[in-house]
Design a protein around this ligand. Structure first.
Ligand code: ANZ
Ligand code: ZN
Length: 834
């Protein structure tokens, strides 16, 4: 009985035992002082929202990061591996509404619960640098940054059309609207409202945000492309059209000023100032325009403003083309957006598809002004969309190429002061006002005498009041707390009112990773020298859903902090990894889909190591992972095999140093050592950037198979004890980043010194890893010309490549074509040459 129990792998006893030991040594995962002399490595996973429960997506994300951190510790780096909580946000308020728990209490108890889950999973975080964004010691610095931005003109207020989620009862940033719906409420259509809002001037950095993407070669190309498109740089020209019998000018933005002689109308957005002016004394126009606005609103809400069914209204007025003097009708059109370019366009139906559609509908003339560059080419049908034609019907500019014409037309416009070259961005300033309670109060005061007055630094933080009634009513809950609202104006000492908007929670996550480096600093957001040592982050790991929002805001924040003189790096993150989603039964694992697997359950049934290792084994980390419970059970059985083989031969390994091993390395020993060194080389390479952790686990499985296959020889003493020790110790070290509990237990079992984390990462000896070589004859057209040496077991591709690289073969086939290569693996290769 006792013996049988001994032979069982039991994570339920192993894991709590090590969890306790690790908890007793809080310095274990702490970063060392800069003076330690080791190279630094900052590995970071995106911080979770404290919902109260980790989900499998988290387990996956943190298993990847923790494996990397452990590996880097073993490689001798000074590793920073922190964790924190993105703790502001709406769910806390919703929970308060539902169960009457104050948001702070709800959030902090969730944090405690999730921290226990993290610890149970054995994640190697340095809790001494924990950051909780909803606590005043953190959000004070959000306010401090806001004031610095206000001083630099980077934070400002304006009335604007905003995205309003009726479910959240708050404003959303553009980035938080996905296909016309709220990013938190897939089924809720976002409305448009007019409100005075606070904005951060991210557009001031548009060009730099775009340019620096080129430097981020450690980022997935798809993320860089998404950001490029989001920033949306467009080079063009702004041109003023006059208005017949009126003093106004209509400034249009066009990317194709070379087509301006083909402009047969000018189109205004429904909210254009001239439209407002014309509609002021024209009730009919007013009514029609409000219809267009309604259409735009609907299309925006449905998320397809780009494909809107085109409608327009003629104003009866005429615009004057500044180059030709031609009069063209002015229309109001629903496909012209007020918040892009100048909110007005010149319509060129001959060369633009949308304008063509519009012109056909309303019988507006279509004129050809670009012809194919090749004079013999057939006349293309209109609309003819081309950028490398030549100008026709364009007065003195006829015959110029599109490119030349654009240049010359811009010069004329600049000289005559009716236009200029202009770069336009799609990126908009970041609206950060939220009419919610659970967020950072914006540190501003409204005084009737002095207007907007910033809260002085020494009065920070502006604390969120604790006693508050959360209701579903519109407007900020803070506006109903007189103690909060009523203040003394810092300037005139008269009565004044606080700003009651709070900040978007994406502010919190824009710089939290700097705070980790100096989390207790009460005098500054962080120490600059410390940040300089740790930044940029060497590896950031998170979901691709943050490709735009969080990852563009935090790049912006970094640039602002640099310009404030706090840091010297231009970018926060050197390498970014975006992991795939966790899928179950064909859908993303999520509460709303009802297909959630609880990590606690998995841990209770199979242990943390199995859950973690499965998360890495089931799919390459960048792909979606289809969750199969069988798979977890399979990994658990595999860890059981590791446990059995190691414990079985641990006594031999422990005794190895005393044994005078005079048994020569047998064939079995060599074969096992070869596999060991090959596995070491593979896993090392993956940690260096290839990241196929699924195949790393598979390789460890193969190694264990070979060990088990050699059980009889091991038992018979055919493998020297010192070799057994190397085999088992190295196996344990290789598995340590993936299954840290089991590794700790077996390391102790093997009599290893100190913590696994402090052991040097195993080195692969290329000599030992090398396969036996065999000779393969190379024939050309059936005649033997040479032999090549390849590793035994090499596949056709390897043999082919070796043959083509052989000197004699190279000379013989020079200048000829190799029509075919026939490989008989292990036997011969024949090149058919013509
Ligand atoms: C005339 C023209 C002729 C245009 C032609 C294009 C092709 P991107 O590249 O996205 O910047 N445009 C400008 N402002 C607009 C607005 N507020 N709403 C809708 N459309 C607007 O596109 C710039 C082009 O989109 C501009 O160049 C303008 O149409 C249109 F053969 O001007 B173009
Ligand atoms: Zn005042």
């Amino acid at each position: 009985m006792a013996e049988e129990k001994e032979l069982r792998y039991d994570p339920a006893t192993i894991e709590p035992k090590w969890q306790q030991r690790w908890a007793a040594d809080p310095g274990m995962y702490a970063a060392e002082p800069h003076s330690c002399g080791k190279p630094k490595y900052y590995v970071l996973e995106m911080l979770p929202y404290p919902s109260g429960q980790l989900h499998m997506g988290h387990v996956r994300n943190y298993s990847i990061g923790d494996a990397l951190a452990r590996h880097m510790w073993m490689r001798g780096y000074n590793v920073m591996h922190p964790m924190g909580w993105d703790a502001f946000g709406l769910p806390a308020e919703n929970a308060a509404l539902k169960n009457n728990t104050p948001p702070r209490e709800w959030t902090l108890s969730n944090i405690a619960a999730m921290k226990r889950q993290f610890e149970r999973l054995g994640m190697g975080f340095d809790w001494a640098t924990e950051v909780t964004t909803c606590l005043p010691d953190y959000y004070k610095w959000n306010q401090w940054f806001f004031l610095r931005m206000y001083e630099k003109g980077l934070a400002y207020r304006k009335k604007s059309k905003v995205n309003w989620c009726p479910e959240c009862a708050t404003v959303l940033a553009n980035e938080q609207v996905i296909d016309g719906r709220c990013w938190r409420h897939e089924d809720t259509i976002v409305e448009q409202r007019d409100l005075v809002q606070w904005f951060l001037r991210i557009t001031a950095y548009a060009q730099e945000l775009l340019d620096d993407l080129d430097k981020l070669d450690g980022w997935p190309e798809k993320v860089r492309t998404m950001q490029r498109n989001w920033i949306g740089r467009s080079e063009g020209t702004e041109v003023d059209f006059g208005v017949e019998n009126r003093p106004e000018k209509i400034r249009v933005f066009t990317t194709r000023v070379d087509t301006i002689f083909g402009a047969t109308s000018v189109q205004l957005a429904p909210e254009h100032a001239l439209v407002t002016a014309l509609a002021a004394d024209d009730a009919g126009l007013r009514e029609q325009v409000s219809k267009l606005l309604e259409e735009q609103k609907k299309a925006r809400e449905a998320g397809d403003i780009g494909e809107i069914e085109k409608h327009g209204i003629p104003t009866g007025k005429f615009a004057i083309n500044p180059y030709s003097g031609e009069l063209v009708p002015i229309w109001v059109a629903n496909y012209v957006l007020s918040d892009y370019g100048t909110g007005a366009i010149m319509s060129v139906p001959g060369h633009d598809a949308r304008d063509f559609e519009f012109a056909k509908k309303y019988a507006i003339p279509v004129r050809r002004v670009i012809a194919p560059a090749d004079p013999n080419a057939e006349e293309p049908e209109l609309p003819f969309l081309s950028e490398d034609g030549v100008l026709v019907n364009s007065g003195e500019f006829n015959g110029l190429s599109c490119e030349q014409a654009q240049k010359q037309l811009q010069e004329v416009a600049a000289r005559s002061a009716f236009g200029e070259a202009k770069v336009t961005f799609r990126l908009k300033d970041w609206g950060v006002s939220r009419q919610r309670y659970w967020g950072t109060p914006i540190p501003m005061i409204h005084c009737e005498r002095d207007g907007l007055v910033p809260v002085p630094d020494e009065q920070l933080p502006v604390l969120l009041p604790e006693k508050i009634e959360i209701t579903q009513q519109g407007g900020s809950p803070l506006s109903r707390v007189p103690d909060f609202v009523n203040v003394t104006c810092p300037r005139c000492k008269g009565p004044a009112k606080r700003e009651t908007d709070t900040m978007d929670t994406f502010v919190d996550s824009s710089w939290y990773f700097y705070r980790y480096t100096d989390a207790k600093n009460a005098n500054a957001p962080f120490d600059s020298a410390t940040a300089k040592y740790w930044f940029p982050i060497d590896q950031y790991i998170g979901g691709v859903e943050h490709a735009i929002l969080h990852l563009i805001y935090s790049r912006f924040w970094t640039k602002v902090m640099r310009d404030l003189g706090l840091i010297t790096n231009d970018e926060p993150v050197r390498r970014l990894f975006t992991q795939g989603m966790v899928i179950k039964d064909g859908a993303k694992m999520s509460k709303s889909k009802g297909n959630v697997v609880s990590p606690d359950d998995m841990v209770a049934r199979y242990g943390a190591d199995s859950a973690r290792m499965y998360a890495l084994f089931a799919a390459p980390p960048d792909r979606d992972l289809d969750w199969q419970e069988d798979g977890v059970a399979g990994v658990s059985r595999f860890l059981g095999r590791v446990w059995r083989i190691v414990t079985k031969y641990a006594p031999v390994a422990r005794a190895a140093s005393q044994v005078n091993s005079d048994v020569p390395n047998s064939g079995v020993a060599q074969k096992l050592l070869r596999k060991l060194h090959q596995t070491t080389a593979k896993i090392t390479l993956d940690f260096e950037g290839r990241w196929h952790f699924n195949t790393c686990v598979a390789a460890i499985m193969e190694l264990v198979n070979e060990l088990q296959g050699a059980d009889a020889q091991l038992a018979a003493g055919q493998v020297p004890a010192a070799v057994i020790r190397e085999l088992l110790q190295t196996l344990v070290l290789l598995i340590a980043p993936f299954a840290p509990y089991l590794a700790a237990e077996l390391w102790e079992e093997l009599g290893g010194d100190g913590a696994v984390l402090r052991q040097p990462w195993p080195k692969s000896d290329p000599g030992l890893a090398k396969e036996d070589e065999i000779e393969i004859p190379v024939q050309i057209n059936g005649k033997l010309v040479s032999v090549v040496r390849v590793a035994s077991g090499s596949d056709s591709k390897v043999i082919e490549a070796a043959a083509l690289d052989e000197e004699k073969v190279k000379t013989r086939i020079a200048g000829k074509t190799v029509a075919k290569i026939i490989v008989v693996p292990g036997r011969a290769v024949n090149l058919v040459v013509k």
